[in-house]
Design a protein around this ligand. Structure first.
Ligand code: NCD
Length: 312
């Protein structure tokens, strides 16, 4: 595999392979010196043209723990602000010879386009409403750590599915692993042609809450909404928020997941976020090991430095 543009590039086997490698890199991350030489001499360039906290920091941390060099790039301090095109930006980064470029952009398709313009491996770190494959991978890994397997699990994805690249990648990944996915959202927040997705749909959260192993909340993505799709955030929370009262109806042990950043009290109540079944902090922690696995697969798997499954 040269690029990671979509969860489809991996399939179920690839997802399992990433999870197996992530087990190994989790162990590495727990060492007093959490670093291995697997990608020494390689350079990973970050091309983040949209805001990010956890994804960007997590990729940087992952690259450094593999001993790669990191080349930072953020739009607010770059020549993109002077009107430079994406093509010229990619050519400029590529001219410096990075081995991988991690791309986030507000438009769907930019990572694919970047892959056509560069010799580097390209990793999609979120493109518009389209995909966010490493988020889905770290979510699969979190479910595997907590529940053993995603196969046969009932996963409820709640909220702004329409604008969510996370939901698109997660539906693909979860169903590839054999989970049963239900989307719960008002019709205005569902994507067009949702009937072609391999999911069930519910227009009532209360109707499906008692019957799931995982409830996965999505952020209300107001910055991607061109019109008012819900009457008000207060009304949204009343119908679709995972309030403490609703959380009481979840089956015991059901996980509460969210990709972050979370609007506390809007999609999930604070006390639920801070409860024992919420996995938000674990998701972030696993993100580093999972991204180490992805970088290793793309850039280092043939280096022979860390045979998968063996402790170096
Ligand atoms: C998400 C994103 O940017 O796609 N966050 C993330 O990467 N963890 C989700 C969001 O913006 O709501």
């Amino acid at each position: 595999m040269r690029h990671l543009l979509s969860v489809d590039d991996l399939g179920a086997e690839g997802i399992e392979e990433v999870c197996r490698l992530a087990d190994h890199f989790t162990e590495v991350s727990q060492r007093p010196i959490p670093k291995v030489p697997a990608l020494r001499g390689k350079t990973v360039a970050m091309m983040f043209c949209e805001d990010s906290t956890r994804t960007r920091l997590s990729f940087e941390m992952a690259a450094r723990r593999l001993s790669a060099d990191v080349m930072g790039f953020s739009v607010s301090s770059s020549s993109v602000n002077k009107g430079e095109s994406i093509r010229d930006t990619v050519d400029t980064l590529s001219a410096m010879g990075p081995d991988a470029i991690v791309v986030r952009h507000r438009s769907a398709g930019v990572p694919q386009q970047t892959a056509a313009w560069t010799d580097a491996s390209v990793i999609n770190a979120g493109d518009g409403w389209h995909e966010h494959p490493t988020q889905a991978l770290l979510d699969c890994y979190t479910i595997r750590q907590r529940l053993g397997t995603a196969a046969g699990r009932r996963i409820l994805i709640v909220g702004d599915v329409k604008h969510s690249r996370v939901a698109r990648s997660c539906v693909t990944a979860f169903t590839a692993l054999g989970a049963k996915v239900t989307l719960a959202a008002p019709p205005t927040l569902l994507p067009p042609a949702v009937e072609t997705w391999p999911v069930d749909v519910s227009f009532s959260l209360d109707a499906v809450l008692g019957d799931c192993d995982v409830v996965y909340g999505l952020r209300m993505q107001s910055e991607r909404q061109a019109e008012a799709l819900v009457p008000s955030l207060r009304e949204y929370t009343a119908q679709w928020g995972l309030t403490a009262a609703r959380a009481d109806h979840l089956p015991p042990g059901a996980l509460v997941m969210h990709p972050g950043p979370v609007n506390r009290g809007v999609e999930i109540a604070s006390e639920v976020l801070d409860g024992p079944n919420a996995t938000l902090v674990e998701q972030v922690r696993h993100g580093v090991a999972v991204r180490m696995a992805v970088l290793y697969l793309l850039l280092g798997a043939d280096s022979g430095q860390i045979p998968p499954g063996e402790t170096p």
